[in-house]
Write a protein that binds this ligand. Structure first.
Ligand code: ADP
Ligand code: G3P
Length: 501
């Protein structure tokens, strides 16, 4: 091993970042570029995978330059990525065959309805631990195979590759058409609906059920393992790990023991609790998922409450409604008033995710009176994230029997003090943020650092975790009860909005 630093690529829904960390897990530089969000039809959400790869190639040298480092100073690089976003590319040209269909996209409703009616629904549940839903990658892959002319035929010939974004980046970093390594990691694979959650391999019966040619599929690898050596971007540097971003944040927050949990507030919000060495299927709308796998060790599992819209509601408030000029301005605006004026925003833009899973729901703003101003709306936008977190925490506590005594948080939205105070208020437990809110990148860097021997073990990483901020609950129990009941009534009004023509 050479190099005194490790790098992480965090390829998120809104941007691509490269962060460089030192041995104490401190960030020494960060370079970031946003990519275009394409919404070509209501309910569709696409990314240009070529733009994402181009941004990745920009942020790597920029992060090194900001830290005044050379490639030789980097001991290893880890990758964390937006999960479920699905793409297919041509192995010889290196070009994606269609826009990437992102995790927020709802176009696969018919494919999922057919899966739920079909003969294999129990098999999917038993093998993957997941009930088919439009959130996962396989229905998106099926959609591409159905709608891009000639794709099914070409897929069988081995010309094409399927992957989520980490797979695309690893393939490109390791040479692309010129010998690129086609792999995925267990956490991303656990979100496809095609992986056996126990054996951590593709299940041929599930591939057959969806008529997905095995020739498309990447090899599934542990998170902490050398996947290959970069030929592009960081030439000569080993790619020491890859992770779905929410599992990366769990790892970065050092939630290595069963019962430890974190919530990441970015475009969406994702609360994951480590459940130990066995998958933990939920009876309450949470997802059983792989937490992490270290080469040569038993995998660890997690239960997850996925909230589709958190920071994305702030983005919508800024870009679609033009109520604010930048995301942080929402806090100043919301602080002009003391409450929401009894107004609630339920952002079911892509249906409702956990714990409801209602694809036919759509967003509502309820409780409008002439008293309500844009400041009240700003407050309701922030409160929506807090109430959605409360729903997930209630389901998780009921499922696991573990009561939360605090919640570790990270992600872009945690720079908003009012939003985090609201989370503490509605959960009635302290909310804690570690130094730096970049746990996704920290987790990816930890995976890479462990794989290349930069860090020896998990205990050393645990010692790096330092509390930077705590928000204590300050809401009366009566207000909490009243608000929670009103939120339930608001959620009720989103249901069944989408009807067939
Ligand atoms: N001060 C803020 N208040 C509220 N939301 C914010 C603030 N700063 C950023 N956000 C939201 O956080 C999200 C970006 O966080 P990030 O962790 O980078 O997301 P992702 O990984 O999903 O791309 C955006 O949706 C943005 O609207
Ligand atoms: O990139 P983020 O932070 O919006 O996370 C997206 C999730 O991984 C989707 O499951």
């Amino acid at each position: 091993m050479s190099g005194g630093y490790v790098a992480a690529i965090d390829q998120g829904t809104t941007s691509t970042r490269c962060l460089v960390f030192d041995h104490a897990g401190r960030m020494v530089s960060l370079a970031q570029h946003e990519h275009t969000q394409h919404f070509p039809r209501p309910g569709w959400a696409e990314h240009d995978a070529a733009e994402i790869w181009a941004n990745t190639q920009r942020v790597l040298p920029e992060a090194l330059a900001l830290a005044e480092l050379e490639v030789g100073d980097i001991a290893g690089v880890g990758i964390a990525n937006q999960r479920e976003t699905t793409l297919v590319w041509d192995r010889s040209t290196g070009r994606p065959v269609a826009p990437a269909i992102t995790w927020q996209d709802t176009r696969c409703a018919d494919i999922v309805a057919e899966m739920l009616r079909g003969p294999h629904v129990e098999l999917f549940e038993q093998v993957t631990g997941l009930t088919p839903a439009g959130y996962f990658a396989a229905p998106r892959l099926r959609w591409l195979l159905d709608h891009v002319p000639g794709l099914q035929r070409r897929a069988r010939t081995g010309q094409l590759a399927f992957g989520t974004v980490e797979s695309w980046l690893i393939w490109n970093l390791t040479g692309g058409p010129d010998g690129g390594v086609h792999v995925t990691d267990v956490t991303n694979a656990s979100r496809t609906l095609l992986m056996d959650a126990r054996t951590l391999s593709w299940d041929q019966r599930l591939l057959d059920a969806l008529d997905v040619p095995a020739e498309l599929m990447p090899e599934i690898r542990p998170n902490v393992e050398v996947h290959g050596t970069c030929r592009v971007g960081l030439p000569g540097v080993q790619i020491g790990g890859a992770f779905g971003d929410q599992q990366a944040a769990l790892f970065g927050q050092t939630c290595f023991a069963a019962g430890e949990a974190k919530c990441t507030y970015g475009t969406g919000a994702f609360l994951l609790m480590n459940t130990g060495e066995a998958p933990a299927p939920s009876a309450r709308g949470l997802l059983s998922t792989v937490a992490y796998a270290i080469e040569g060790e038993a995998p660890r599992y997690a239960t997850e409450g996925s909230i589709a819209v958190a920071g994305a509601l702030v983005q919508w408030f800024r870009d679609a409604l033009e109520m604010i000029g930048s995301a942080p301005e929402i806090e100043t605006l919301a602080r002009r008033v003391d409450d929401t004026g009894d107004c609630y925003v339920v952002p079911a833009f892509a249906g409702l995710f956990a714990p409801h899973w209602e694809p036919d729901a759509r967003g509502v703003i309820v409780g409008l009176t002439s008293y309500v101003t844009r400041a009240h709306l700003a407050r309701a936008v922030l409160e929506a994230t807090a109430w959605q977190t409360a729903e997930v925490v209630e389901a998780m506590t009921a499922d696991t029997g573990i009561a939360f005594t605090s919640l570790r948080v990270d992600g872009g939205m945690t720079t908003n003090h009012l939003a985090m105070q609201m989370v503490a208020d509605v959960l009635a437990v302290p909310v804690e943020r570690p130094l730096g809110s970049e746990s996704v990148s920290v987790g990816a860097a930890y995976a890479a650092g462990l794989a290349v021997g930069y860090w020896p073990d998990l205990e050393v990483l645990r010692a790096n975790w330092r509390r930077a901020a705590t928000w204590e609950p300050a809401m009366s129990a009566a207000s909490r009860r009243r608000g929670r009941a009103a939120w339930d009534r608001a959620v009720q009004r989103t249901r069944g909005w989408v009807v067939e023509d």
